[in-house]
Write a protein that binds this ligand. Sequence first.
Ligand code: SAH
Length: 172
Amino acid sequence: YINQQLYTSSSQEAAKLFRNDPEAFQVYHRGFAQQVGRWPENPVDRIVRYLRQRPASLVVADFGCGDCKIASSVRNKVHSFDLVPLSPLVTVCDMAKVPLAAESVDIAVFCLALMGTNLQEILEEANRVLKQGGTLMVAEVASRFEDIRAFMNAMAQLGFKSVSKVGSQVFL
Ligand code: SAH
């Protein structure tokens, strides 16, 4: 129920939800971990594998980082953003407005975190902090998309060129 709320409200409303009811966040994360644990593969592991193949000097921003699995698994500098701190590595903020300078990161990640009805604002924020030629990685459950082609077109309009798409359930 909370997951659905996050996908159907703006990121500002989501921030308010967790501010007003911090326990909801704990409940949500327990449910999230249980659900992902049943999948054949957790996309965050694939993202970690990818990052390990790239230079450790690349700076990463993890939007909606949850328990900071990425930051705790790679040598890169990782900025981890979430609404509530599940780990001391988290910078608490709404991912529509992160405390990073423009063009300061090489890789921006949304792992099962591309939620919120103000997706355009969120993706523009990722675009702002990414360096020219940087990489945006999105892992999302296919059923979350009403029309993948429309999504890819919208991404192109926001300035992102699709370089690789992996998997039938999860796209990178
Ligand atoms: N990326 C992690 C967690 C995914 S769960 C993983 O793959 O394990 C989705 C996460 O996005 C949750 O932790 C939720 O709190 C966060 N989130 C949702 N809306 C957000 C927002 N507006 N700003 C920051 N984080 C948000």
